[in-house]
Design a protein around this ligand. Structure first.
Ligand SMILES: CC(C)=CCC/C(C)=C/CC/C(C)=C/COP(=O)(O)OP(=O)(O)O
Length: 473
């Protein structure tokens, strides 16, 4: 319970080694003891299961069989155990494909405690949900009180760091002068920074957050160039220039794009120098190839939708994964965290391709889910739902959306499995955690209301960056 509280308060990055040691000890004890799990309550077993899986210790899902009747259903008396059911639901979020018992567990528990389970821990941003948790945490004179104090201080330290970084990013963005050059493109440094802020929660990771935000900025701006500005021919030239990665290629480009191209090269080269200084490795070749693949994917979309052609949904999604920019972001993240060095070179970019693919699918499907847009376009860049409905003539928007919800849920299972695999190497955990945070952030970024606003995102930004009322509980 102490580990859970520390994680829920978002201060776990202070205690990584201790948490690892506690969980390892518990894992060894339970797996070597013959009667390993039989004396656990539903609450304790569920919590144990989740905490261990989160950290990469594989606990089989069939441990929950202890709570089933002979007919294979969960015991009726569990319906009284609200606390246990809540934890069971949380545990079920860590499922991987084929673990039907966890799907049953999620269904069983959510039917009973539905409303209280909208934001399971595993799929939420800890600093955002920490406030609610701190309010509900019993105020005793014991460790809870001490942890609350720590969480409040930590929140302030992080807030100050984030405010400072936001100023730096805003200045960097202004100095690039791209907003004047590309007037129709989005101008949302706060939103771009928010992705990085959510991904990397440790206040000391300022440089990594800033560099990550810069790559995200260019994904948005280049996406707008493709969606709003160019003809397929002009965009082909832009893609060729990106592939050349050469200042001389500026001459090939129309005037408004020259500055963006130069800024992308300058920024990426500077990021690489910083990574080299910190980790002794220059990832420029990997980053160049990520930018080239992104532009290729954007170009495919521009050609499809320019010609009114609808690809089949599978083909759309294969390309749509890359056009999310997830590959660009996660490969930047991989190098900014120095993962290849930390793992002694045993983990390379290829080893994270499945994880990238899952995060990208979650992003693409959410992005295409809503109709609202913050881009100045009429949704003419296609969507998975459109392709699916064309392909399945009897389908309605509701059935298509249900299908997408199921796909997102399956993709989370794949992501869980990949994280379990990668976390076998302890040095990967900073990367898997940051990647999970990006996936957790996706619903906040795309939950538009009827007024084209993003109320949950607004609340998150307010609470993390600007709220001073944290002490009042
Ligand atoms: C989960 C993850 C890796 C996040 C990192 C941040 C990231 C890649 C952000 C880019 C999101 C995106 C698809 C922007 C394009 O604009 P849009 O949203 O309007 O998309 P569209 O033009 O393709 O519809």
């Amino acid at each position: 319970m102490l580990v859970d509280a520390i994680q829920r308060l978002g201060v776990d990055y202070h205690f990584q080694e201790e948490i690892e040691a506690i969980l390892r000890r518990n894992y060894m004890a339970a797996t070597t003891c013959v009667d390993g799990y039989s004396f656990y309550t539903l609450h304790d077993l569920s919590l144990f299961f989740r905490l261990l899986r989160q950290e990469g210790f594989f606990i089989p899902a069939d441990i929950f069989n202890n709570f089933k009747c002979k007919d294979g259903t969960f015991e009726g008396k569990l319906k009284q155990d609200i606390r246990g059911l809540m934890e069971l639901y949380e545990a079920a979020q860590l499922g991987i494909e084929g673990e039907d018992i966890l799907d049953e567990a999620a269904k069983f528990s959510s039917q009973i405690v539905g409303n209280r389970l909208k934001h399971p821990y595993h799929k939420s941003i800890a600093r955002f949900t920490a406030k609610r948790y701190i309010r509900d945490l019993q105020d005793t004179n014991g460790w809870e009180k001490t942890l609350k104090e720590l969480a409040k201080m930590d929140y302030y330290v992080a807030k100050i760091a984030h405010q400072h970084e936001l100023i730096q990013i805003s200045k960097w963005w202004k100095n690039l002068g791209l907003a004047e050059e590309l007037k129709q493109a989005r101008n949302q440094p706060l939103k771009w920074y928010t992705w990085s802020m959510a991904s990397l929660s440790d206040p000391s990771m300022s440089e990594q957050r800033l560099e990550l935000t810069k790559s995200i900025t260019f994904i948005y701006i280049i996406d707008d160039i493709f969606d709003l500005y160019g003809t397929p021919e002009e965009l082909t030239v832009f893609t060729q220039a990106i592939k050349r990665w050469d200042y001389a290629a500026i001459d090939m480009l129309p005037k408004p794009w020259k500055k963006c191209y130069k800024a992308l090269l300058d920024t990426t080269n500077e990021t690489c120098s910083k990574i080299f200084r910190r980790h002794g490795y220059n990832p420029i070749n990997s980053l160049k190839s990520m930018w080239a693949s992104l532009c290729d994917a954007f170009l495919v979309e521009a050609k499809w939708f320019g010609s009114g052609h609808f690809p089949i949904s599978k083909e759309y999604l294969e390309n749509g994964k890359v056009s999310t920019g997830a590959h660009v972001v996660l490969v930047h993240l991989f190098f900014l965290l120095g993962i290849n060095g930390k793992t002694g070179g045993s983990f390379q970019v290829d080893d994270i391709s499945e994880l990238i693919s899952s995060v990208a699918v979650i992003l693409r499907l959410w992005d295409d889910f809503g109709s609202a847009k913050d881009e100045q376009q009429d949704g003419n860049d296609g969507s998975y739902i459109d392709c699916y409905m064309k392909e399945n003539p009897g389908s309605t928007i509701e059935t298509a959306q249900e299908h997408v919800v199921d796909m997102i849920s399956s993709e989370w299972k794949r992501l869980n499995k990949e994280c379990l695999r990668l976390n076998q190497n302890l040095s990967m955990s900073s990367f898997t955690k940051a990647s999970l945070n990006l996936a957790r952030m996706v619903p906040l970024m795309y939950s538009y209301d009827d007024n084209q606003r993003l109320p949950v995102l607004e609340e998150y930004i307010k609470s993390t960056l600007f709220d001073d009322t944290f002490f009042i509980f």
